[in-house]
Design a protein around this ligand. Sequence first.
Ligand SMILES: C[S@@+](CC[C@H](N)C(=O)[O-])C[C@H]1O[C@@H](n2cnc3c(N)ncnc32)[C@H](O)[C@@H]1O
Ligand code: SF4
Ligand code: SF4
Length: 388
Amino acid sequence: MAHVRSLFFNGPLDAVEDKAHTAYKLGRPSDVIWNITNRCNLRCDHCYMGADGHALPDQLSDEEAIDLVHQMGEAGVPVIFLSGGEPMVRPNFWEILETARGLGIRVTVSTNATLIDRDVAKRLKANGIDWISTSMYGPAEFHDEMVRVPGTQARVIEAIKILREEGVGVALKCAVSTETWPYIYDIIALAKELDCGMIYLCDLITSGRSEGEEDARISAEQWRELADFIIDDITDPESSFEYDIGAMPSFIAYAAERLLERGYDITRGLERLKVVTACPVGKGHMNINSEGGVMPCQFAQDWTIGNIRDLGIDGATRELFKLAEAKPKGKCGDCDYVEICVGCRTKAWHAEGDPMAEDPTCMLDPEFQHGELLIRNALSCCAPGGCS
Ligand SMILES: C[S@@+](CC[C@H](N)C(=O)[O-])C[C@H]1O[C@@H](n2cnc3c(N)ncnc32)[C@H](O)[C@@H]1O
Ligand code: SF4
Ligand code: SF4
């Protein structure tokens, strides 16, 4: 995930980004994405979790889950994302949320929003939830077909309106694929119309029910078209809308280069990126699945470095930090932007079974990469021992 506006300019998530950076620099997890259950009330065609009506057999018990929240509090985790499956179907969802809030941890809920009515929205707000994120894939008929439950899109829109009325921020999320591509600009417009402050656009991950569907990814050229649109928007003085880009770290290198071309000072973004690269694997980012598996990235549920039951949060943090010592290979290893990008390690894992292999989906134009690189100067100028 990379908050494009907050990375380069002042954006709505500055404070969160700062806390996450500080935690990482202090040797703590910067954020934890926790799939608290694999159970779900929808059956999305593309679900990387393959979530269905069943919890996984070795799911963390309620006691283990609450103990884990206490460990996160003691370890100084600044932010937790409760995800799933559908996190709100877990019976002790509220207990987990309330315990985390009581420990001063900022919580965001990643939900399909189908279980949110006015009372739930009020309860979320009362528990300090500033933001939730919820999925939108296109017009009603298409969305409902994709999630396999009729009437879902209308319920999501109703939930968003209620949440906004109750003062809870909403980020729309969409998995970007050849199926959703025709609707992407409409979804961005809908997010603005519904007063969502942010959209999370994530390239398709080919695992779970999307396994083997590499052909369903949009092209690098389409990603560049989308990036140009987003750069126009974040540089529009009238717009404060935030974009979060998932599973496409090269987007950030592309954006940095375009912003430099237009004469923007992006020193702040480059400084941040040299600490936590656009793919944050090994840089404080922690993911825990419903059975306690500790993963460098939530999108690779089969790439685990141990179980939280054995490692505890402190042990898991130490193990994950070691991943940042390895250098990426292939095209990523040779790339001018490796210092700020490093490529998507999950896609390398899925493509080659080697998390340090090259990212097969880099969106940079090979021609452009061999051209005049403005960022090379900007990066060397900010390097340790450089002019700053
Ligand atoms: C796994 S869901 C869990 C939270 C909640 N059930 C929901 O759907 O919003 C989290 C997000 O992952 C996205 N997602 C699911 N499968 C994906 C895939 N194969 N590639 C990219 N994103 C995916 C969903 O669209 C959703 O926005
Ligand atoms: S993407 Fe979310 S809502 Fe859809 S099946 Fe997966 S967990 Fe459930
Ligand atoms: S491995 Fe890919 S999906 Fe995971 S954090 Fe890195 S860029 Fe994002």
